[in-house]
Design a protein around this ligand. Sequence first.
Ligand code: 7TS
Length: 421
Amino acid sequence: MTAAAAVPIRERAANKTFDVERIRQDFPILRTKVHGHPLVYLDNAATSQKPQTVIDALVRYYEGENANIHRGVHYLSELATAEFEKARETVRAFVNAARASEIVFTRGTTEAINLVAQTYGRVHVGAGDEVLITAMEHHSNIVPWQLLCEEKGAKLRVAPINDAGELLLEEFEKLLGPRTKVVAVAHVSNALGTINPLKQMIAMAHAHGVPVVVDGAQAAPHIAVDVQELDCDFYAFSGHKMYGPTGIGVLYGRHALLEAMPPYQGGGDMISSVTFEKTTYNKLPHKFEAGTPDMAGVAGLKAAIEYMNGIGIAKIAAHEHGLLEYATEVVGAIEGVRLIGTAREKASVLSFVLDEVHPHDIGTILDQQGIAVRTGHHCAQPVMERFSIPATVRASFAVYNMRAEVDALARGIRKVREVFA
Ligand code: 7TS
């Protein structure tokens, strides 16, 4: 065996130089012209674009593999089932779960969190109990817990953040107590870009015997995730934010917890046997996958993970971090710009406000120059309230973005200032 062959493919790829122009060729949509300008797509936190290999995987699925899974004895059904379970193994390796049966396919992060709230939550949270979240959560990691707390007469507690958008870890720890039954926290904030000190938070929660649900929607596309190293109990993420198709996502759950939880939805595939008197449930993870799943979406998600692995998550993270630092510098230097979210540890997201100009007006003027950003509250209204602003402009980066696009953004913002001068 040669020395090169001894190095895993993923690491070999990570050692190659990073060629963003080459990567851009993989994404057909990046050739789009918007109002006569090349598209500058900086709305990746909302959803990322898809490489050709992911688009091809969807086509390949429908052209050559489509059949319902886990039920047929015929060729196509067996092929589709095998591909589906291979994809589960790809996801397992991506987050380094101990077992493939800990990987549950869902519609996305939102459904994954609701699943935990409605199963684990409904069993373990009672009247007077508490669910602890943070002040930087997306609505998807607030409302499912609010619904649970309302139903059970429990209380939602919120750990505060500082002016930089960093969690106050000591306050978080103080809020953990005998009544805390679940901690639910973002790995990376979608509105601020803050990377939370998850390992410490999880250790603190576990010291109180409390399981931790991680909303990984904004982390999985950008930084390496290792659920065993984090020691988290649940980890949720969405395919569409990490170069995969829409409509598919993942819930990782610790085996013993998933095993003890009641099912989420009832239907086909999640059962072992059904009589009118009694139903017994299927083994993990099928117990949580009622009905025909998004088989094409799963094939696309597998292709997306393979695409990311081909580049290497370390390379992706380093490239995006470089862009974020550069953008922080050039956008931050524009007169009138106030950055929202200046944590020391950040990923992908640059949120800002500009003088008295409403973010929607900024977004509209940027769009005229082909620049796609998100404006609004980013489904994190409590974050806006924390900073006493109605909305921000948010640029969020992906592997295919370039420094030239950051320059275009900065030019666009200066243009907005001229228009409103
Ligand atoms: N959690 C976080 C941190 C998110 O950023 C999002 C989506 C979700 C959960 C929900 O993910 P879904 O795939 O189930 O919808 N965030 C955004 C955003 O920032 N802009 O549009 C969607």
